[in-house]
Design a protein around this ligand. Structure first.
Ligand SMILES: [Zn+2]
Length: 287
């Protein structure tokens, strides 16, 4: 119905013409203001003003705020650069960044940091689960396990990674303990970035968590002399270090996998998952 016909319709329904009965004066007086209001609404609502345009004033920013990003998760791709690019940009997995194995390496950003990349899967760190929601994922082109051991990361890749991580950590104020490997947050399923990944080198560059090496040497002697703590205590120590670990008090397969993930990160010379004096000493010497 057009505006003029709607107005006519309203006018007619308010003051219907009658052949038989003239409307009383009182009725006229009572209905006139209603008619005036309806007309005013029609004029002001439909014809006169512009539709409301959303304008957001960002001139005042709250002091109480922080980034939604709490962790950086590092991965190896297993596949080569072209295949990794194909998979990470077109399949149902992705990462925020990909560092290639070219010289010098190219650093691709495939997902904006404000958005969720699908790199972590089922995961847990310090009780926080499903870390896709809160982390930035960095994939590094590396074959992982090869015939004789593990493929080393190139010096160029680590240099690029250090620069990238320094920037990410500073912008999002990420805590050192929250720079982690996929194996740290999903020890039952994942081994990347693997024992060839130079965590110590990163720590020397001021990135990520490392342990007090002097304290670890002393504690290693202590555990060698006095024996290891109970499995239940070891599980508690791992949990305090951030890992999702069973609470069984038994050195089961799942607990061994967590110990192995811890060893790959902090003591990669041996990562069998067997608890030993040095491993427990390092756990104790973590900040
Ligand atoms: Zn991964």
């Amino acid at each position: 119905m057009s505006r003029s016909s709607l107005a006519k319709y309203l006018a007619n329904s308010i003051a219907p013409r009658s052949k038989h009965r003239r409307p009383t004066g009182l009725l006229h007086i009572a209905r006139l203001p209603t008619f005036a209001v309806v007309t005013a609404i029609l004029v002001s609502g439909c014809a006169g003003s512009q539709p409301y345009r959303l304008q957001i004033d960002r001139s005042i920013q709250a002091v109480s705020q922080s980034s939604r990003v709490s962790e950086v998760v590092l991965h190896y791709t297993v596949s080569d650069t072209p295949r990794a690019l194909e998979i990470l940009s077109k399949r149902n997995v992705s990462s925020h960044y990909l560092i290639t194995d070219e010289t010098p390496p190219r650093v691709y950003q495939l997902v904006d940091e404000s958005r969720r990349a699908w790199h972590a899967g089922e995961s847990e760190w310090y009780g926080r689960t499903s870390l896709n929601a809160s982390s930035i994922g960095v994939e590094i082109v590396n074959q992982g396990p090869v015939e004789q051991g593990w493929e080393p990361y190139s010096e160029h890749q680590i240099e690029a990674l250090v620069l990238l991580l320094r920037d990410i950590v500073a912008r999002h104020q990420i805590h050192a303990r929250n720079v982690v490997g996929h194996s740290d947050i999903a020890p039952q399923r994942k081994q990347d970035p693997g024992p060839a990944f130079p965590w110590k080198r990163l720590a020397d560059a001021g990135i990520g968590r490392w342990y007090d090496e002097t304290k670890a040497v002393q504690l290693t002697r202590h555990y060698q002399r006095d024996g290891l703590p109970s499995v239940s205590d070891i599980q508690k120590k791992l949990r305090r270090a951030g890992y999702a670990v069973p609470d069984t008090g038994v050195l089961d397969k799942a607990t061994r996998r967590v110990i192995s993930a811890f060893q790959m990160h902090f003591r990669p010379a041996s990562y069998s998952g067997e608890p030993d004096a040095e491993t427990i000493a390092i756990l104790d010497a973590l900040p």
